[in-house]
Write a protein that binds this ligand. Structure first.
Ligand code: 3PG
Length: 219
């Protein structure tokens, strides 16, 4: 069975330790990609997950990589190997999937960009664990048991670190960050759609800053 290399483990660890908060970004207008990501970056968020939930995801990754060379820019909501290849070509520095398939797990072992596979059960985690994965997205976090579920998973999987996402807010992020098996927390609360629609980039920077402050005080 193909195994994840130590280099891949270190790379994904680097993503999850650079920032305790990872914005989950959905681009509805391509022109928003660079100013939105710049606003988040200026608010202190150095890791940016741009999802493929709209047709602009891949182009946004390409543009943001060029505009913010010091940020870590990755792709989210990747569900197929074709998409994985496409985002790698666009320059994605990491790839996040909402769930796991055997094919994606195997592809992630040899891919250029390291994979953070999404799981919500012990069985899915075990599918990744046997390939050597030790870092997982826990999704959808809140409806899959939230903090209590992650505490329970620490028992059988003491060597695993999580990035929970799904339903987390600024005031609940801290509850996750206090867990020893949570490396970072992701969410779309950092990019409220009404602020993006209004191009209120200053407000986005402020939300990032305030959220980071909360996360660092408690985490
Ligand atoms: C994700 O893909 O990580 C989640 O959809 C983010 O969840 P949220 O929108 O509830 O923050």
């Amino acid at each position: 069975m193909p195994q994840l290399s130590n280099d891949h483990k270190l790379e994904i660890e680097k993503v999850l330790t650079r920032s305790p908060l990872i914005p989950v970004i959905t681009i509805d207008r391509l022109a928003d990609a660079v100013p939105l990501c710049t606003a988040l970056y200026e608010g202190g968020l150095g890791v940016l997950e741009i999802t493929l939930r709209t047709e602009f995801g891949v182009a946004a990754i390409r543009e943001v990589r060029e505009a913010l060379p010091d940020a870590l820019v990755g792709a989210g909501s990747v569900t197929s190997i074709a998409q994985y290849r496409e985002v790698e070509l666009a320059g994605a520095q990491f790839v996040i999937t909402p769930g796991v398939t055997e094919a994606v797990l195997e592809f992630g072992v040899t891919s250029e960009a390291p994979l953070l596979p999404g799981i919500s059960t012990a069985s899915e985690l075990m599918m990744g664990h046997i390939h050597g994965y030790r870092h997982f997205k826990f999704f959808p976090a809140e409806v899959s048991g939230g903090v209590a579920a992650l505490k329970a998973l620490a028992g059988p999987f003491p060597d695993v670190q999580f990035c929970p996402t799904g339903g987390i807010q600024q005031h609940t992020a801290v509850d996750y960050l206090t867990l020893r098996n949570v490396a970072a927390v992701g969410g779309s609360w950092l990019t409220p759609s009404e602020k993006v629609a209004a191009k209120d980039w200053a407000a986005i920077t402020e939300i990032a800053r305030a959220s980071l402050l909360d996360a660092r005080q408690q985490g």
